[in-house]
Design a protein around this ligand. Structure first.
Ligand code: SF4
Length: 375
């Protein structure tokens, strides 16, 4: 079982908080399509003929692709891979792209799941974040998608923005419940280096994130989602039973995946590789039939730290035997350092498994970093 990720490195506007790889100029979109088709062919053996259970168009903004673009990428994938008939095929999309006409075009593609970057249903928050869509587009895209038969929806929301309050956050979540969205991803607004937001905070044009408000919003989120029947199956992700994102779950369970496009990462079980995060250099390499990537074999320390970092963020937690199988000294380190968190009821141990309790999730980063092996 394996997954394929395709990074579409274009956006219509640069959101102030974003540090992903993208360009706001779509001038080289056709050349990028050609290069990615070539990369699919050059990487055809990476997954060793494993059955493909998930395909994820991420970005950037994949909804800048036309339906013929998506179909063309898919046709070439099918030429080299066995894609399961039940594969989850996700397109990340922004609300301003999801017009009725575009949604109808998507019905002519293999896309069977939409992950919509709504972030907020409030105009003031959207403007402050420099999102490309309006509050009314945030609503109309959900209604139109559902009316046309797209029910496997995921929505991204951001909490902790300076224009948000408990009241706006409660309203944002209420929209999710009213539209019976089966999956949501919620992220705290983070000031990443080299972003417009970092510049605004540094120059006093934007306030520092309000950590107290964020903590209150996170607690409300966790309690409300549980009351509404969602499973908090990963620290930033909530799903109705059985509606987990299969693609991301496979990442967290360290299954192999192939990443295509500028900045995309791949993992084959032992080696991680990553494409150059530069559109021009990516195009130049593919023109010469070269793969623009670097790779590293994961050390035993990396394997342990990654297992702890991804595993503890999920409801499945981490497992004694898995840690022992990586290396015994790590297991002793883990046992020693996790004990106090069990006593404080931040971590629960069930049989051979350890996972975070609701109060542990509030300090997940601290617990995880305390368990890391630092050489
Ligand atoms: S649309 Fe997504 S990838 Fe593009 S700038 Fe905004 S947050 Fe970043």
């Amino acid at each position: 079982m394996a997954g394929i990720y395709i990074h579409i490195p274009f956006c219509r506007k640069a959101c102030h908080y974003c540090n992903f790889h993208f360009s706001t100029s779509l001038k080289y979109k056709e050349e990028m399509m050609e290069a990615m088709l070539k990369e699919i062919a050059l990487q055809k053996d990476y997954l060793n003929s494993a059955s493909i259970e998930t395909v994820y168009f991420g970005g950037g903004t994949p909804s800048v692709l036309s339906s013929p673009d998506i179909n063309q990428l898919f046709e070439v994938l099918l030429k080299y891979h066995i894609i399961s008939p039940n594969a989850e095929i996700t397109l990340e999309a922004n609300p301003d792209d999801l017009t009725k006409d575009y949604l109808k075009q998507l019905l002519q593609t293999p896309i069977n799941r939409l992950s919509i970057g709504i972030q907020s249903f409030f105009e003031a928050e959207l403007v402050d974040m420099n999102r490309s869509h309006s509050a009314s587009q945030a609503i109309s895209c959900i209604e139109d998608a559902q009316a046309l038969g797209f029910h496997n929806l995921s929505i991204d929301l951001i909490y902790g923005s300076p224009k948000s309050s408990m009241a706006t956050w409660q309203h944002n979540l209420q929209q999710i419940f009213d539209y019976q969205i089966p999956h949501i991803s919620c992220y705290a607004l983070t000031v990443e280096p080299n972003t417009a937001l970092a510049h605004f905070v540094k120059t006093g044009q934007s306030p520092e994130p309000d950590n107290a408000l964020m903590a209150q919003q996170l607690e409300y989120l966790m309690q409300t989602m549980e009351a509404q029947g969602y499973e908090h199956y990963e620290i930033s992700n909530f799903a109705k039973p059985g509606k987990y994102a299969k693609h991301n779950t496979a990442y967290w369970k360290q299954k192999p995946y192939l990443g295509l496009g500028p900045s995309a990462h791949s993992f084959d079980g032992t080696t991680r590789s990553w494409n150059i995060a530069n559109n021009a250099k990516y195009l130049e390499a593919l023109t010469k039939n070269e793969l623009p990537n670097q790779s590293e074999v994961l050390s035993v320390i990396d394997q342990y730290n990654e297992y702890i970092m991804t595993g503890l963020r999920t409801q499945w937690g981490v497992n004694n035997k898995e840690i022992q199988s990586i290396a015994l000294p790590f297991y002793r380190h883990f046992k020693l350092n996790i004990q106090s968190y069990i006593e404080e009821q931040k971590v629960i141990k069930k049989n051979d498994n350890y996972s975070l309790t609701p109060s542990g999730k509030l300090i997940a980063d601290r617990i995880i970093s305390d368990l890391f092996w630092v050489s």
